[in-house]
Design a protein around this ligand. Structure first.
Ligand code: ATP
Ligand code: MG
Length: 356
């Protein structure tokens, strides 16, 4: 079961559909790295319950929609592993052990959790499970013992915590010297490689509110399924604060982050940046229309591939893909759990696990 290729693990929470932030932050890299790496892509459906425990139907629907989005983007289930978190028991078991390797206050200081609590308006009434998801995410990742984790910038703090947990496990249970370089952790006897975050071409795409990152939970997203008309309308909502066409504009604003993310022709991007920063008779509305057209051009082939799963029987095809993923990923996850339990002197009774 030793992998031929280095491994990748990353994923999405089924709290909606995929948007442009997912594409530029992570999915584009996933599609590109499928041949070079042994890839596992995880649907974090248990984590969706941390903020939506009362909406199981929505979580199930979103799980199916996200897998449709993945396949539409070019993720190929023949080459990559689709992992449904709730059917990988080893993840839950490892989460429990990992929770003992990380101080409670360290989890609560995680800046991504703090931002999410603010942005999602969770106040002080979030569930106990909400911060626990950050520990669970360490297990999602480490159970596949990956070297690389393609994510957007907001996830880097989580990957940092994962790295800390991996180092700690290797030191406490595998006798790895704390001075060991991360890259040498496995050759020094550690069970877990110290995974590295690979941030996408655009680290953090702002939402159409121009304030928060584009996020499926915040209603500020352009979805991969949006029609050209919807894209144009949403682009039109981006606020820049600029009043007239001859007012010099700020090319670090949200609109220009979209210009650089989606207009492919570099010389056109330069031209727009120069004209805008000089206030050279160029209106925001004109630029928004141009960006909207570039986005719709990017989305057209994705939507064309997605159409296959949208008709009758489409959901059944996706459920088959999910089931096959469960069958393929559990042996890998169980192998890691068995090795972890051996290292922790918990290897009392070997077990096997089966799925129909
Ligand atoms: P939620 O609002 O429920 O947290 P989300 O839109 O943040 O959803 P996630 O499922 O949390 O999406 O994130 C999946 C992956 O996409 C992560 O790697 C994350 O970093 C990346 N990502 C999400 N939004 C953006 C964005 N706006 N820019 C770049 N990357 C992003
Ligand atoms: Mg998120």
């Amino acid at each position: 079961m030793t992998p031929q290729k280095p491994r990748i693990l990353t994923g999405d929470t089924p709290t909606g559909r995929l948007h442009l932030g997912h594409w530029v932050g992570s999915v584009e890299n996933r599609v590109a790295l499928q041949d070079e790496y042994d890839c596992s892509f995880l649907i974090a459906n248990m984590h969706a319950f941390t903020t939506r425990a009362d909406k199981p139907g929505e979580i199930r629907e979103s799980t199916i929609e996200i897998v449709k989005d993945w396949l539409a983007c070019g993720i190929d289930p023949e080459r990559s592993n689709i992992v449904l978190q709730s059917e990988i028991p080893a993840i839950v078991e490892l989460s429990w052990y990992f929770a003992m390797l990380i101080p409670f206050n360290r989890v609560m200081r995680n800046p991504t959790l703090k931002t999410e609590i603010d942005a999602k308006g969770l106040g002080d009434h979030y569930s106990f499970g909400f911060p626990l998801y950050a520990v669970g995410q360490c297990a999602d990742i480490l159970v596949f013992r990956p070297e690389l984790v393609p994510v957007g910038e907001d996830q880097v703090a989580h990957i940092e915590m994962t790295r800390e947990v991996a180092r700690k496990f290797n030191q406490v249970y595998c006798n790895v010297d704390p001075q060991t370089e991360d890259a040498d952790s496995v050759s020094a006897g550690g069970l877990f490689p110290i995974p590295v975050a690979k941030v996408g071409r655009i680290a953090r795409l702002p939402g159409t509110d121009g304030v928060h990152k584009m996020s499926k939970s915040l209603g500020n997203a352009i979805y991969l399924t949006d029609t050209p008309k919807q894209v144009k309308k949403k682009m039109g909502q981006i606020f820049t604060g600029r009043q007239t066409m001859d007012e010099p504009g700020d090319i670090t604003n949200s609109l220009f982050q979209y210009v650089r993310a989606f207009i492919k022709d570099e010389s056109r991007v330069k031209e727009l940046e120069q004209a805008y920063s000089k206030g050279d008779n160029i209106g925001d509305g004109h630029i928004k229309v141009e960006v909207a057209a570039a986005i719709s051009e990017l989305l057209a082939p994705i939507q064309e591939r997605r159409a296959r799963f949208e008709g009758k029987g489409g959901d059944d095809l996706i459920v088959d893909v999910i089931r096959e993923g469960i069958r393929k990923s559990n042996p890998v996850a169980e192998e890691t759990l068995e090795l972890a339990k051996q290292a922790m002197k918990l290897d009392f009774a070997p077990r096997t696990i089966s799925f129909s």
